[in-house]
Design a protein around this ligand. Sequence first.
Ligand code: AMP
Length: 113
Amino acid sequence: MNDCLFCKIIAGDIPSTKVYEDESCFAFRDINPQAPTHVLLVPKAHVGSIAEANALPLETQAALFAAIPKIAAQEGLTNGFRIVSNCGPDACQSVPHLHFHILGGRQMADQMA
Ligand code: AMP
């Protein structure tokens, strides 16, 4: 999508700190980290949120799930981590390109919301 921030990051038109890439996924550090490790994992193909994830090829859906433990291991998150995917206004999604926040490196709050 032409004016999607994360599509521009994937294309390299906006700089990011890449931590992982494969054929269908891209991951980079969040610009405003909420934890010592805060990585955003996105599909290279544009879908707006996880509500539209079924529009992605099954291979891409699988690749996203497979990428999460790879990134967690690469980041040394041996004591656990949290995955968040905000979806829509009620969840305060601010960038309308499906993304998974991978958060770790400290004890997370007990309450999720
Ligand atoms: P969400 O609010 O769940 O849609 O998450 C969007 C995330 O994108 C936020 O955590 C932002 O800090 C992050 N973000 C926004 N712009 C950039 C950028 N240029 N590079 C890296 N992360 C970004």
